[in-house]
Design a protein around this ligand. Structure first.
Ligand code: NAD
Length: 368
């Protein structure tokens, strides 16, 4: 039995609950402490999930018993918390977006390399049963060589459900940085790295009204584009169209479709872990359902940290890597730059497609 990696969780807000719930199911990680700027909130989360220690952020980083920090703070704190985590000699796994600025992400990767530490980042939904089955189908040639893709994330923003939604409309927010990582990580995992992008972005409404408690009725001034349309050229030659929007009340669009030389694949919601998957091969009369052939189809948030922990112990590469997250951030930042400057932008970064998970794993497992 390999010793689990001892984890500290930084930021005990909305998303922390599912990490704390699922961490108990992965043998590779043991959450030994949690922390928040609001230490009472950290205490409550620790009490609910039986976590031994609840701290201020500084005390968490000073704990020699913590080997890896999961950074679940708000996007504009990701870089600062990440820098401090690595400086404290701990591995870092960050929620998305990895950071807001490319320079900060590059600094994190360099700092980790200097210290021989690992950096990983959400999203890890590409390790779920739905997207791993899609990867397997594409690699097995089920639709031939991908030539194009479409990806649509449309909605009217999170102010209807999140308890403190201002950050979604402030520096580092917006539909592209918030939801783009799911769509772009899925596309890069399926089709490889992107070589150039262009796009148009706008903020359609200057303010948003919160519809959820406890801040219901308050308004948020919009600082970031809330409708972003992009075109991506992959290194392989394939071309994808991506729309991310918080400005759309209703749409009847697929999430992701990949179009190959011999057929099309309907890819499930990349913000989820399961299906459905549909395939339509050339000459067929209609779409047919493709069964999931990989496990982890229910909400398995944390599978990326578990894989990183297993990789740390085994000395292997991990899948939800800093390099992948950096490439995805570079694509997003370049789309926004392209909109401002009115041209195509060549993507300076690249990454390898992460290795697929082994076939035949049960739920809550990352190694055979
Ligand atoms: N809410 C979701 O459904 C969801 C889903 C997936 C990913 N995420 C991502 O997870 C992250 C957190 O989102 P959330 O919805 O949980 O936000 P949240 O506002 O509910 O929680 C963030 C927590 O981080 C704490 N915090 C802020 N700065 C800090 C710092 N410097 N040090 C320590 N603690 C700090 C806050 O006090 C708060 O408790 C974001 O990056 C978001 O994009 C959220």
């Amino acid at each position: 039995m390999v010793e689990p990696v001892r984890v500290g969780l930084m930021g005990t807000g909305v998303i922390s609950d599912i990490y704390l719930t699922n961490a108990a199911k992965y043998a590779e990680i043991d959450i030994v402490a949690c922390a928040d700027l609001d230490v009472d909130r950290a205490r409550q989360a620790a009490a609910k999930h039986g976590v031994a220690r609840a701290y201020s952020p500084d005390d968490l980083l000073a704990d020699p018993g913590v080997e890896l920090v999961i950074n679940l703070t708000i996007p504009r704190a990701h870089a600062e918390v990440g820098v401090a985590t690595l400086a404290a000699g701990k591995h870092l796994y960050s929620e998305k977006p990895f950071t807001i600025e490319r320079e900060d992400a590059a600094r994190l990767l360099a700092s980790a390399a200097e210290r021989d530490l690992r950096v990983g980042s959400a999203p890890d939904t590409f390790l779920g049963g739905g997207l791993q089955t899609c990867r397997h189908l594409i690699d097995a040639g089920a639709i031939g060589q991908p030539v194009a893709a479409t990806a649509f994330m449309t909605g009217h923003g999170p102010e209807g459900w999140h308890r403190n939604p201002a950050f979604f409309y402030q520096y580092g927010g917006g539909p592209l940085l918030d939801m783009g990582p799911y769509y772009l990580t899925a596309l890069v995992n399926l089709m490889g790295p992107v070589r150039r992008v262009t796009g148009s972005a706008r903020a359609s409404f200057p303010e948003r009204t919160i519809g959820s408690e406890p801040l219901k009725g308050q308004t948020i001034a919009v600082e970031v584009p809330t409708h972003v349309a992009a075109v991506l050229d992959f290194a392989s030659g394939a071309i994808a169209t991506l729309v991310t929007s918080f400005d759309v009340w209703a749409a009847d669009l697929p999430r992701i479709e990949v179009y190959g030389a011999t057929g099309s694949l309907s890819v499930p919601d990349p913000n989820q872990f399961g299906g459905p998957i549909r395939i339509h091969t050339a000459g067929a009369k209609d779409w047919s359902d493709a069964p999931l052939t990989f496990a982890s189809a229910e909400n398995s948030r944390g599978i990326g940290v578990a894989d990183m922990a297993a990789a740390i112990r085994a000395g292997e590469p991990h899948r939800a890597s800093g390099e992948l997250a950096y490439h995805v951030l570079d694509i997003m930042a370049s789309i926004l730059d392209a909109s401002e400057s009115g041209r195509h932008i060549d993507i300076q970064s690249t990454c390898d497609r992460p290795a697929p998970l082994p076939e035949g794993l049960p739920d809550w497992a990352v190694r055979a």
